[in-house]
Every structure is written in C-alpha cells, then in structure tokens.
Ligand binder design. Structure first.
Ligand SMILES: NC(=O)c1ccc[n+]([C@@H]2O[C@H](COP(=O)([O-])OP(=O)(O)OC[C@H]3O[C@@H](n4cnc5c(N)ncnc54)[C@H](OP(=O)(O)O)[C@@H]3O)[C@@H](O)[C@H]2O)c1
Length: 115
C-alpha cells in the first residue's frame, strides 16, 4: 500500500497516513527481546521488525509461543499491531514532511468484535 500510495501523497500539500492499530499492540508483547527492539524508536528498522515477525512465526509453527514469552491471548493480532506501530514510526521518520500516525478506535462493537 505504501509503495503504491506515497507517490500520490507526495502531490499533496498536506500528506497524511493514519494506520488503524490497537493500544494492545506493544504493551501486550511479553517477549523481552522483541519489546526491547520495538521500544527503541531511534534505532528501529524494517529489517528488525521483519526479524521479530519471522521469529514469532517460527515459534508459532514450533508450538513454543508460551515458552518463548509471546502473548497467548490475541497473539497474532497483538504482534501484527505492534509491528504496524513500529513500521509507522519508521515511515514517519523517513517521510518527515508527512503527518503519519496510528490510531486506536477503542473497544467498540463491530462486525469483528461481537461484544
Ligand atoms: N473493534 C474494536 O474493538 C477494535 C479495537 C482495537 C483495534 N481495532 C482495529 O480496528 C480495525 C477495524 O476493526 P473492526 O472492529 O471495525 O473490524 P470489522 O468490523 O471486521 O471491519 C473490518 C473492515 O475491514 C475491511 N476489510 C477486511 N479485509 C479487507 C481487505 N483485504 N481489503 C479491504 N478491506 C478489508 C472489511 O470489509 P468488508 O466488510 O467488506 O469485509 C471491514 O469493513 C482493525 O484494524 C482492528 O484491528 C478494533
């Protein structure tokens, strides 16, 4: 999406990207190695985020999520949001003339969440 839309956004005098995320992203990532990397905004890179997701998928396939300290509840959702939050930071740094943020809609009744 970014690859496709950034050239168009560059034509705007007020370019903006809002990623729909969740406040449950980073705060629910219990793996200390991943948390340390994702919290270090200054040194975040796409490669580091990819490495975390690859390790998560490997541990998932091996059935070792719990022993490796990954979240047990809403696990994939939590990791995907944490990764998107990190990616948003990387993007915001790279395109400093853009307004780039994440938003959490809060806990709301939708098609996905039948509260
Ligand atoms: N609800 C909450 O409490 C809550 C809390 C925190 C974060 N969020 C986040 O808020 C976002 C929306 O969640 P929601 O609860 O509103 O879910 P939802 O009711 O299931 O809505 C998801 C929307 O995404 C669209 N969609 C899904 N896959 C798509 C695709 N491949 N291409 C284009 N559109 C696609 C769906 O379109 P169709 O209807 O056509 O399938 C639907 O309109 C998600 O990112 C979710 O993680 C929600």
């Amino acid at each position: 999406m970014r690859e496709a839309l950034i050239p168009l956004l560059q034509l705007s005098d007020s370019p903006r990207i809002v990623n729909v995320s969740s406040s449950g992203g980073l705060k629910n990532v219990s793996n200390e190695w991943a948390t340390a990397i994702l919290s270090d905004a200054e040194n975040l890179t796409q490669e580091k985020v990819d490495e975390i997701l690859s390790q998560y998928l490997k541990d998932y396939k091996e059935g070792s999520l719990e022993t490796k300290g990954w979240p047990a509840y809403f696990s994939a959702c939590t990791l995907s949001k944490a990764a998107m939050n990190a990616y948003t930071r990387i993007l915001a740094k790279k395109y400093s003339g853009f307004c780039i943020n994440c938003v959490c809609p809060g806990f709301v009744k939708t098609d996905r969440y039948k509260l």
